[in-house]
Design a protein around this ligand. Structure first.
Ligand SMILES: [Zn+2]
Length: 409
């Protein structure tokens, strides 16, 4: 696909490898890919130049590796999914994609749709990248009959695990998602309780490997986390160590996660009390964030994600608020930025072409006002967003998204 060449002159860039670099530098983009970066260069007279302001920073677009593009945050999920047709879900996905791009999120991994509706959007966006973030998708997650998120249609008994993985591979998913434990939002489901035994998780991992697919496990409870890690999952979603009455932490399991390089994705970015909405503090959430920073210090590659749009507290585009939370809990800004860029790129198997401001990488780029290293909250207000080299709407669209969110409250 031919897209017009463009050049951006930046006074400051941030990149996961190079860190913050003071400019000026000219970043040249052709056919959606960063072609070259020339420090100190003057733009050529024949190129379309975007001149960034002296206090603006160019950085890679953000990656949210745990979203739900076809959900209604305000609804009763069981009832909602029993009623809505696929066309309605597809409309939600389109809306979600605009909101995400406006917030500077240029790549997402959907870890739970119904009817595999996000595959269609993924393929449509691949040919029209300015309409949405690049999508990786799991389709409906694998869960036991009546288990967490059963209403998405992925109910699978242990006997049918291999067939369920094979069916997903045939549909063309990018990743397999399996509900190792219960979850918070399904009536009758308990997050700390395991839903499959270790042997079944291991069979799922083998079946996914056989199809050359990565597999990630939703796991809150310590037993489910331990079994998912022992089974060889590529990723653990949540990893909260929820117990029946609080939050624990298991150093042995965490050491194993770090040693095996298992990607931990923490979908807890949310509106919170220090922002515009006066929500009451949630002690459990504080415990989760402390655990996240502890795991990071133990060497676990942490991705912050959002679980958007599963509740009104988690609208699409809320991701950067997770980075704000991380710094409030003691993580430095560079590492918090990695949790929104390089780490989720690696978790998604896209680190060879995403989340760098470097030649050969996708021109999925974000411009913020200010320096995210000294003030991480600059990420909340993107000035420009480029998706595969295409300028997309930010402020105006973001304003619409924000007012929608406010209505939802
Ligand atoms: Zn989720």
């Amino acid at each position: 696909m031919e897209t017009p060449a463009l050049a951006i002159r930046a006074q400051r860039t941030w990149d996961p490898v190079a860190g913050a670099v003071d400019g000026p530098a000219v970043v040249r983009v052709r056919n959606g890919v960063i072609q070259e970066i020339v420090a100190g260069a003057e733009p050529r007279t024949d190129e379309a130049l975007t001149e960034l302001g002296p206090d603006e920073t160019l950085l890679p677009g953000l990656i949210d590796c745990h979203v739900h593009l076809c959900w209604d945050p305000a609804g009763d999920h069981v009832e909602d999914f029993s009623r809505i047709e696929d066309a309605g879900l597809e409309e939600r996905v389109r809306r979600a994609c605009a909101q995400l791009l406006a917030a500077g999120i240029t790549c997402v991994r959907d870890l739970g749709d119904r009817s595999f509706v996000t595959l269609k959007s993924r393929d449509a966006i691949a040919t029209r990248p300015w309409t949405g973030p690049e999508i990786l998708t799991a389709g409906p997650p694998i869960t036991p009959p009546g288990g967490h998120c059963w209403f998405l249609g992925g109910e699978t008994t242990p006997a049918h695990i291999e067939a369920s993985v094979a069916a997903r591979a045939e549909r063309g998913v990018d990743v397999v998602k399996m509900m190792a434990t219960g979850g918070k939002i399904t009536p009758g489901s308990a997050p700390h309780e395991s839903q499959y035994d270790g042997a079944t998780l291991s069979r799922a991992v083998r079946a996914a490997r056989h199809r050359s697919l990565p597999i990630t496990a939703h796991a809150h409870g310590p037993d489910g986390i331990r079994d998912g890690v022992a089974a060889g999952m590529n990723g653990i979603e949540h990893c909260t160590f929820f117990t029946s009455d609080g939050i624990g932490y298991d150093e042995r399991i965490v050491r194993r996660i770090a040693a095996d390089g298992i990607a931990v994705s923490v979908p807890e970015a949310t509106w919170h009390t220090t922002d515009e909405l006066p929500l009451p503090p949630d002690p459990r959430l504080e415990g989760i964030w402390s655990n996240v920073v502890r795991m990071h210090r133990a060497g676990v590659p942490i991705s912050i994600s959002s679980d958007s749009d599963i509740s009104p507290r988690k609208p699409h585009g809320v991701l950067a608020r997770g980075a704000v939370r991380l710094t409030q809990h003691g993580m430095d800004a560079h590492d918090a930025l990695l949790a929104l860029t390089a780490n989720p790129a690696a978790a998604c198997g896209l680190d060879h072409r995403k989340a760098r401001v470097a030649p050969g990488y996708d021109a999925d780029l974000l411009v913020v006002k200010g320096d995210p290293i000294t003030d991480i909250s600059t990420l909340l207000h993107p000035v420009h967003v480029l998706r595969a080299g295409h300028r997309v709407a930010t402020t105006a669209a973001a304003r619409v998204a924000t007012s929608n969110q406010e209505e939802m409250q």
